[in-house]
Design a protein around this ligand. Structure first.
Ligand SMILES: *Cc1c(COP(=O)(O)O)cnc(C)c1O
Length: 490
């Protein structure tokens, strides 16, 4: 599989690049992204022959279809990390919640959020490539809560890779902060910033773009890379679970083979939804992809009006913070796939310069053929959490946004798969409030309250966090970030 650029080629990049090139150097000409030149086709024979296979086997065979430039042995090792999920044979359980509604649980990995689905194997791949090339990498990450723990966990003690992870001090949940500051490994540095997530993110962007910073790293034999969700090395692993979830519905006799389904995705940077789109393009029987947002509903507007508009749109802090995103990076790959590189460059340039773009009517129609979107505010989300718990299913506030879309977006009586992106333990104060009415509880009290209400146990990986020693205590002003990172590398 070869990769081409979403905004066309500027003459200083290769026309097509390999998978390993695209994951080490994720930014392409004109600030674009790498996208697959073509996708493999899923034949019915392929799909049917995997009706009885384990997740790992499906993943291995799918990755073979992609024909990427990574040794089979390394791919096998990467995929075997799914064996460390709760159920080694089935890392992604699909649970029936209603007659027409199934939830695909993507959070059974080490950090209890769906970022593990892609970052776990990605970390091993990146470290293996770095070792083969005898190169050293620094991964910079900025997190509002879920990416940081998952990135630290995957790169912990891996050769040839170091991670510096920035988070807003006081801006994450207790559990998320503890997941980061209790990480004890020489190749990891966790840095709290006095400020908001935007401050951390902007500092990271500045460093990624700084020639002097890169030069200083080069003098120390270190290259810079990023593990954010535009990296195709993450996207490739997000195609697999959509296919798995479909096959799971066939196995559970919810559908017959070939019957179409709705895929309902709680979206932020659109990596999860992009994986669904590629799976559909490859031949998975999908009716439509339903996009759920919170009040930061820029994607809902795009899909419903054809206009992506950042003017007069401040970021709103919601109870589903992993979806508090206004610049949804992976939409660019959809634009590229539907409208080509020239038009994508035009639209993205306009977004940069004028803070909006407007699709033509035909373009908007093409988008609507694939997607339907709606958003769910915090109050409605709370009601869905409560109602669904009353039916016997406990979920997190991100997953809850999909239930609104489930009610508003379907026009055919087909089965739906909702993707659940976090375990209840990661956003416990919000869930406790929805279930018991308690307000502003600390995580530990909210966890205990939910455990008692739902008659379940707090998973050990979460419970133990509260007793673990803090090994990462750096909290600094944002102007000291570069100095702090360079000191870590020394
Ligand atoms: C990252 C994240 C999302 C958004 O996923 P995208 O692939 O960025 O659209 C949704 N829910 C949770 C809990 C997340 O961590």
């Amino acid at each position: 599989m070869k990769f081409i650029e979403t905004r066309g080629n500027d003459g200083s990049h290769a026309q097509t690049v390999s998978f390993s090139h695209a994951i080490l150097n994720p930014i392409a000409s004109f600030g674009g992204l790498y996208s697959p030149e073509s996708l493999p086709r899923l034949s019915n024979v392929f799909l049917q022959s995997h009706l009885s296979s384990h997740y790992k086997e499906l993943a291995g065979d799918l990755l073979k279809l992609f024909a990427i430039d990574i040794d089979n042995e390394v791919i096998e090792q990467a995929i075997s990390l799914y064996e460390q999920f709760d159920d080694p044979a089935n890392p992604v359980p699909v649970v029936k919640v209603d007659d027409d509604l199934y939830v695909s649980e993507l959070y059974h990995g080490p950090t209890r959020a769906f970022k593990d689905m892609a970052l776990q194997p990605f970390g091993l791949l990146l470290s293996s490539i770095a070792q083969q090339r005898n190169e050293q990498y620094l991964i910079l990450a900025a997190t509002s809560g879920d990416t940081g723990p998952a990135a630290l966990e995957t790169f912990k003690n891996r050769a040839n890779v170091r991670v510096a992870c920035l988070y807003p001090d006081g801006g994450t949940s207790d559990v998320q902060r503890l997941q980061m500051v209790t990480e004890d490994a020489d190749n990891l540095k966790v840095i709290g910033i006095h400020g908001h997530f935007d401050d951390a993110q902007n500092a990271l962007k500045r460093l990624l773009g700084s020639a002097t910073f890169k030069q200083t790293l080069q003098q120390n034999g270190i290259s810079l890379s990023a593990a954010n969700s535009v990296n195709f090395g993450r996207i490739i692993f997000q195609i697999i679970y959509h296919i798995h979830s479909y096959l799971e519905l066939v196995r559970q006799k919810a559908i017959t083979f070939g019957e179409k389904v709705y895929l309902n995705v709680p979206s932020g940077n659109f990596g999860n939804a992009l994986g669904a789109y590629y799976a559909w393009k490859m031949g998975l029987p999908v009716e439509k992809i339903l996009i759920a947002s919170n009040q930061n509903n820029v994607l809902t507007s795009l899909i419903n009006t054809g206009r992506y508009d950042l003017t007069q749109r401040p970021l709103i802090n919601t109870t589903s913070p992993a979806m508090d995103i206004l610049i949804s990076s992976n939409i660019e790959r959809i634009l590229f796939d539907l409208f080509g590189a020239q038009r994508t460059k035009e639209l993205m340039t306009q977004l940069n310069e004028q803070q909006f773009y407007q699709l033509s009517e035909t373009e908007h129609d093409a988008l609507k053929q694939h997607f339907c979107a709606d958003y769910c505010n915090d109050e409605d989300g709370k009601q869905y959490l409560k109602q669904t718990f009353a039916k016997g299913y406990l979920m997190d506030p991100h997953t809850a946004t999909c239930f609104k879309v489930h009610d508003s977006c379907r026009d055919k009586p087909l089965k739906s798969i909702i993707y659940s992106t976090a375990e209840w333990t990661k956003f416990s104060p919000v869930i406790d409030n929805a279930l018991t009415g308690k307000k502003d509880a600390h995580d530990i009290d909210a966890l205990k309250s939910i455990a008692a209400t739902a008659h379940i146990k707090i998973p050990a990986v979460i419970n133990n966090l509260f007793d673990k020693p803090i090994c990462q205590s750096t909290v600094i002003d944002k102007q000291d970030i570069e100095k702090e990172i360079l000191a870590f590398l020394d």
